[in-house]
Each structure stands twice: as structure tokens, then as C-alpha cells.
Ligand binder design. Structure first.
Ligand SMILES: [Zn+2]
Length: 130
């Protein structure tokens, strides 16, 4: 498995970041209340493999329910390009839709049943471990 640093960010370009992800990526499409509204497709990784390049002052944060997840979004264009997920509070989840897909050798998107969060969240926990 090979990894490389890839770029991503929000729609208006105020928030820009880079992250070291697998080149053959497996991403999770979640059906929970917020992901189904925003179309968020998850690439989850440890914090050490993520660097915010620009836009710290453009980020606003929304929380709900347990407040563990930090839903960071750009306050100019409204796009949530990355955030701290409840399943992985020690990591980040990047939105695959906010990255140029040509940066990946292959992409597999699998469904994640976040609507039944308690039963399934543990299957994601390893993704943010070093
Ligand atoms: Zn923006």
C-alpha cells in the first residue's frame, strides 16, 4: 500500500489543506442525519497526516447531539471539507468530494450505516490510529 500527500479544500478556496492518504483509497459514504444532507464521503486518518495550509480564520464550527464531532465548515462558501468525527476524535475525516480525484490511483466507496451509529462506529476507530 502506497501513500502520498494530496491537496484539498473548500469551494471558494479560503480553506486549503494537505493530507497523506492511501493512493488506493477506500472511502465511507455515511447515511447519518448530517452526512446524508451534506453528501460527505469520508477519508479518515490520524491528525499527524493532516496539515491545514490556509484558512484557519475562515473556519466556523457546528456541533450537535454529543458535541464530540467538530463540524468545521468554511464561513464564506459553507463547504465542510474536513472535520473531527465522533467516531475518530483523535483524527480527521476529509471529504473525498473536496479533493481532486485524479490524485488517487483508485477509489472505492463503501456504504457506512451511520444512522445506526452505536452499532457501527467501532468499525471506523482503527482508521485514525498511527
Ligand atoms: Zn470556502
Amino acid at each position: 500500500m502506497t501513500r502520498s500527500w494530496k491537496q484539498g479544500g473548500c469551494h471558494c478556496g479560503a480553506v486549503r489543506w494537505e493530507a497523506e492518504t492511501d493512493d488506493d483509497i477506500v472511502a465511507d459514504a455515511c447515511n447519518c442525519s448530517i452526512c446524508s444532507m451534506t453528501g460527505f464521503v469520508h477519508v479518515i486518518l490520524p491528525q499527524s497526516r493532516f496539515r491545514l495550509l490556509d484558512g484557519a480564520d475562515a473556519i466556523a464550527t457546528y456541533t450537535f447531539n454529543t458535541g464530540v464531532a467538530k463540524h468545521h465548515f468554511c464561513k464564506h462558501c459553507g463547504v465542510k471539507s474536513f472535520y473531527v468525527p465522533r467516531s475518530n476524535p483523535d483524527g480527521y475525516s476529509l471529504n473525498l468530494n473536496c479533493m481532486d480525484k485524479s490524485q488517487f490511483a483508485s477509489i472505492e466507496i463503501r456504504p457506512f450505516d451511520g444512522r445506526n451509529w452505536e452499532a457501527n462506529a467501532e468499525t471506523l476507530a482503527h482508521l485514525s490510529k498511527e
